[in-house]
Design a protein around this ligand. Structure first.
Ligand SMILES: Nc1nc2c(ncn2[C@@H]2O[C@H](COP(=O)(O)OP(=O)(O)OP(=O)(O)O)[C@@H](O)[C@H]2O)c(=O)[nH]1
Ligand SMILES: [Mg+2]
Length: 86
């Protein structure tokens, strides 16, 4: 392999002791199930009610490829009325 090239495939190596963080953003129209899907993933619960979201954030730790990583999830609003400037 020529000098300066990186191995093909996979992610750059992770220095020992450094926890990767992935940022996820839930996007979609109002009432399509963004919060329900997020809650299922974060707390294994399915909310039956529809409580329109303004914006919620969740930080959880999960395993990806056998490695503990931090997820930073933002559950956004689907309500156009909440997105318009005053
Ligand atoms: N039957 C069924 N109902 C669902 C599903 N996903 C969500 N719901 C219901 O649909 C409604 C709206 O779900 P939410 O998760 O609050 O929707 P949302 O996209 O977060 O809505 P906003 O925050 O207003 O943008 C709730 O009453 C949920 O229980 C699903 O897969 N099946
Ligand atoms: Mg929501």
């Amino acid at each position: 392999m020529a000098s300066g090239t990186r191995p093909v495939g996979g992610y750059p190596s992770n220095p020992a002791g450094v926890t990767r963080e992935y940022k996820l953003v839930m996007l979609g129209a109002g009432g399509v199930g963004k919060s329900a899907m997020t809650m299922q993933f974060v707390s294994r619960q399915f909310p039956e009610d529809h409580d329109p979201t303004i914006e919620d954030g969740y930080k959880i730790r999960v395993r990806v490829d056998d490695e503990p990583v931090n997820l930073d999830i933002v559950d956004t609003t689907g309500q156009m009325s909440l997105q318009e400037p005053y």
